[in-house]
Design a protein around this ligand. Structure first.
Ligand code: 5AD
Ligand code: SF4
Length: 480
């Protein structure tokens, strides 16, 4: 059996700790050892990513690093010499999928023992997961977390050279790495990280532990990355952070999300989006900037989680249903054509039928264009996991279906109202179901299908909406 080297393990009390020094920007150049260059020659990698956009962006960074070492991308796990599973910890079903994938990889590795399997991402930032991998999942060669992705090539080099299993998961990050290569997944749309981590500590959420303290990138670095994307012909940028409203607070140089957003908009990217915003510190200045710049898309993801004040308090959300509604009213007044989407958790500990109905009422009040609905899933070590999870599974599912019906009815109304209008669509590609049909997203985030030639891919075109369905719309292209 191969020896195991455990350099660092995640410790939850350290992950929770926010009392440590300021962050430094790390600008060192990535170097690839001769040994790794030789080992990677002619080899292929595959990264399987679960979870949110932060993970998608991490995959792009990992892919960039691997490309520097000379790896090329495989179509799937079966063709790969190196597989990285990039995990999500936000709910139990995401974790179950990862363990399923790890099981599959074990059987692949039995057939091809030289294959290297690495597991990374948010799940790995939990001590109990690392322990399970260490003891039970012995086919895994490398385990690293969210804080040392920039060291991927050094870790790989070590695994290849020493033939050991390596576990290196830090509890926190003290740097904001810059100058990392990346291979972007899409040709016209790009994600740009503006900050890492989250300090909100909503009581149900594991993210502040797995992604660490809020740390903002320097605005000059963000603006340079965005300017380069504009130069390269990208049509859409999405600025990413767990809570983008908090951007710049840690920099202590007067930076704010409102001014960053305005400065990126001024670079002239045709479409600018951002996610995610917490309703608590969504400033008036932010609303004004979104309303003023036509290239900032009028689509805001504003997770409400619940429509009931006591549940919101127990979730640690820092707003009431009335203050959320006030914010929504203000946004609607100042942002023409605004589309709001949200996240909702049903069956939070102690949620009564009446409290749940406040959430249903909230959905009707706001009239969301779309909504991600989740059944509450206790996360080890979070404050909510210590509360009694006393809503039965059956009840959670009943509430979930009722909520979904309400959400769909509201989304349908919003979609129906688009019929007969002409909207701008950024063409993504041909439709999955039909080659002669193009598809793309309208400014408000609705998926639109229409007939057109493939050379329109990557362009923004006008489409007249003919029909609306729940999750997509049909239209016809309007020629000037
Ligand atoms: N259980 C269910 N849903 C959760 N989310 C976060 N943590 C949990 C949990 N423990 C949901 C929230 C969040 C979205 C990304 O995932 O709605 O906004
Ligand atoms: Fe989790 Fe709340 Fe932070 Fe969002 S704002 S990542 S829900 S702790």
């Amino acid at each position: 059996m191969r020896p195991i080297v455990i350099k660092n393990r995640p410790i939850m009390s350290e992950e929770r700790d926010r009392r440590f020094k300021d962050f430094e920007t790390l600008r060192s150049e990535v170097r690839v050892s001769e040994r790794l260059l030789k080992a990677a020659h002619g080899k292929k990698y595959y990264i399987r990513t679960y979870g949110c956009q932060a993970n998608v962006r991490d995959e792009e960074t990992m892919a960039g690093l691997l490309a520097m070492a000379g790896f090329s991308k495989a179509e799937d796990e079966n063709q790969a010499d190196l597989v990285i599973v990039n995990t999500c910890a936000v709910r139990e079903n995401a974790e179950d999928k990862v363990f399923g994938e790890i099981g599959l990889l074990k059987s692949l590795k039995e057939k091809r023992p030289d294959m290297i399997v690495a597991v990374a991402g948010c799940m790995i930032q939990q001590a109990h997961v690392v322990e399970a991998i260490e003891k039970k999942y012995k086919s895994i060669d490398l385990v690293f977390g969210t804080h040392n992705i920039h060291e991927l090539l050094d870790m790989l080099d070590e695994v290849l050279a020493t033939h050991t299993r390596l576990i290196d998961v830090r509890s926190r990050s003290e740097v904001v790495p810059e100058n990392l290569p990346s291979v972007r997944t899409e040709r016209f749309k790009a994600f740009v990280n503006i900050m890492y981590g989250c300090d909100k500590f909503c009581t149900y959420c594991i993210v502040p532990y797995t992604r660490g303290k809020e740390r903002s990138r320097q605005s000059a670095d963000i603006l340079k990355e965005c300017a380069d994307l504009v130069q390269a012909g990208y049509q859409e940028i999405t600025l990413l952070g767990q809570n983008v409203n908090a951007y710049g607070k840690d920099l202590k140089d007067g930076s704010s999300f409102a001014s960053l957003l305005e400065n990126v908009a001024k670079l002239g990217i045709p479409r600018l989006r951002f996610m995610t915003s917490h309703p608590w510190d969504f400033s008036d200045a932010m609303i004004d900037v979104i309303g003023q710049y036509p290239n900032i898309m009028p689509a805001i993801h504003l997770p409400v989680q619940s429509g009931n004040d006591l549940i919101l308090r127990n979730m640690g959300r820092r707003y009431t249903s009335a203050s959320y509604k006030d914010l929504v009213d203000k946004m609607k007044a100042k942002i023409p054509g605004l589309a709001l989407t949200t996240d909702i958790i049903v069956g939070f500990p102690g949620e009564t039928e009446e409290q749940f109905m406040d959430t249903v009422e909230m959905v009707r009040y706001v009239g969301y264009d779309g909504c991600f609905t989740f059944i509450y899933s206790p996360r080890v070590g979070t404050p909510a996991a210590k509360m009694e999870d006393n809503v039965t599974d059956e009840e959670k599912h009943r509430r979930f279906s009722l909520l979904l019906k309400t959400v769909e009815a509201e989304a349908e109304k919003r979609a129906d109202a688009m019929v007969g209008k002409t909207v701008s669509v950024l063409v993504d590609g041909t439709s999955k179901k039909n080659d002669s049909v193009l598809s793309g997203y309208a400014e408000n985030g609705k998926l639109i299908h229409f007939q057109g030639s493939e050379d329109l891919v990557g362009k923004i075109v006008k489409v007249h909406i003919l029909e609306s369905h729940l999750y997509s719309m049909m239209g016809e292209i309007v020629h000037d």
